[in-house]
Design a protein around this ligand. Sequence first.
Ligand code: CA
Length: 229
Amino acid sequence: MSHRQPTVLVVEDEAAQREVLRYNLEAEGFEVAIATDGDEALLMLPEVEPDVVVLDWMLPGISGIEICRRMKSNPRTRAIPVLMLSARSEEVDRVRGLETGADDYVIKPYSVLELMARVRTQLRRVRPAATGEKLTYLDIVLDSETHRVTRAERPLKLGPTEFRLLATFMEKPGRVWSREQLLDRVWGRDIYVDSRTVDVHIGRLRKALRRDGGEDPLRTVRGAGYALG
Ligand code: CA
């Protein structure tokens, strides 16, 4: 079962640059989607739902700046971190890049190691459990490195699917997840699983969380899905 890996959308028109980025991002364990120009990037965004976008500034057609501006003015894409690549190093360009809402900015030619570190930094903000962080919600602590979960300092026994479900919820407390979104995030988008399977595993997760008499932190949102808290 493949837990959906963090996905990076690379928007770059130069083939050699694209391949360097693809190779290195895949080596980091990321799923990589590639757009070769701005129009393709805009089409792919809702489809791919990337965790991070690496966006070249100079693109044929719609520029990287314009894509960034559109992403940051759209509530559906606003929260996705954008790492802008540019060949221009002038201060004014840097400032303009940041005014578009880009979350970070790297000047070409860049060090691949540095770029990977910056991608990880952005990812840590949006997918902390995917980068080995400890997550805490009330008295629940989830350690994504050791795969241990405790509640009120007592260890909880969770199956791998329940663990990934809980990690998904704990990354964004309060967010309502539909069954489809949970399937995509926890089971992976290429695997066919009946959406009732989600309910079964939510039931198991609830049972495990309440085993020692703790309150059920999961909320069923009628017609919408589930949320933590
Ligand atoms: Ca370019």
